[in-house]
Design a protein around this ligand. Structure first.
Ligand SMILES: Nc1nc2c(ncn2[C@@H]2O[C@H](COP(=O)(O)OP(=O)(O)OP(=O)(O)O)[C@@H](O)[C@H]2O)c(=O)[nH]1
Ligand SMILES: [Mg+2]
Ligand SMILES: [Zn+2]
Length: 287
């Protein structure tokens, strides 16, 4: 029996890459068929010499949109400028990935355009505890750092449109030719309305996925109780809250609010927290 990872699902075939980097065009064994639609890109499978998928190995995690399994990490890309970093949007994306419980590396691209404001943002997210790398696809700067982050892992690239996700991937490996410049790619995406994500192989053990930008983030799924736990830096202070659960809002004796007053928790993060909290409350009212 052979093993490999499903990198693409097209026209009823599953494309499975083995440990030597060879891709096999596989069908699903009859008895697995009833589960056919639950077989995801990213799944590790066993397949026969006749290219029949016999079983799915244990899954570490899965996402619905995009439909993919076993993502090791998300590289969340923003740009120093053009488009400028929108702190609230960035915090919303971080919250959604934290909610999916997937490790995050923040990448500030277009660092050739960086200024004092960019350095402040870099310092802010480092202080929160995130791994932050800075790159320039344009100047080909620090692409090695990104390659190092990607090595041996299955990585989803996420981030707003135009920040340079596709440009970065092309810089990481010259064999890639992702379309850049934004618009054309979006049209392409719209026309094909791809239902399945694909993984692109960097080497036999490293895969990447270029994820559509999070254009409409909805927090339907995130409860008011869970939200504060998705801000990792709040965790050190909740033990000083008098109430449990504490929403760190109007409650007296709140560790998080004390943390903000003493400058240990950043004001902008708390503002994002309160904005998202309001958004969740308003979504509730509509139903
Ligand atoms: N100055 C500068 N421009 C860059 C850099 N990286 C990418 N760009 C430019 O930014 C624009 C958008 O880059 P893309 O790679 O298409 O961005 P994307 O994130 O893939 O965008 P979508 O596919 O729409 O989500 C292009 O015109 C790139 O040439 C960089 O490091 N510095
Ligand atoms: Mg792109
Ligand atoms: Zn509190």
């Amino acid at each position: 029996m052979n093993t490999g990872i499903v990198i693409k699902n097209m026209n009823g075939y599953f494309y499975v890459q083995d440990g030597d980097g060879i891709v096999h065009e596989c069908k699903v064994r009859g008895r697995l068929k009833k589960d056919k639609y639950s077989l995801l890109v990213g799944d590790y499978v066993e397949f026969s010499d006749e290219n029949l998928i016999e079983s799915i190995l244990e899954r570490h995690n899965s996402m619905v949109r995009p439909a993919v399994a076993n993502i090791d990490q998300v590289v969340l890309v923003v740009a120093a400028h053009d488009p400028d970093i929108n702190i609230l949007l960035l915090d919303k994306m971080l919250v959604m990935i934290e909610h999916a419980d997937i490790p995050i590396v923040l990448c500030i691209n277009k660092y050739d355009l960086a200024d004092d404001k960019t350095h402040e943002i870099l310092e802010l997210y480092q202080s929160v505890g995130y791994t932050v790398i800075t790159t320039s696809a344009y100047m080909n700067t620090d692409i090695d750092k990104l390659r190092h982050v990607l090595s041996g892992k299955v990585t989803a690239f996420a981030g707003p449109s135009g920040v340079g996700k596709s440009s970065l991937l092309n810089a990481v490996d010259p064999k890639f030719s992702f379309q850049t410049g934004g618009i054309s790619e979006k049209i392409k995406r719209g026309r094909h309305t791809t239902r399945h994500a694909s993984l692109f192989s960097l080497d036999a053990h490293s895969f990447i996925m270029d994820t559509p930008g999070f254009s409409a983030i909805e927090f339907n799924d995130v409860s008011l109780e869970r939200l504060p736990t998705l801000f990792p830096e709040f965790g050190d202070y909740v033990s000083d809250c008098k109430f449990s659960p504490c929403y760190h809002d109007h409650e007296p004796v709140c560790g998080v609010k004390t943390g903000i007053e003493s400058g240990l928790i950043r004001e902008s993060r708390y503002q994002s927290y309160m904005s998202i909290r309001e958004e969740i409350k308003n979504q509730r009212k509509r139903f």
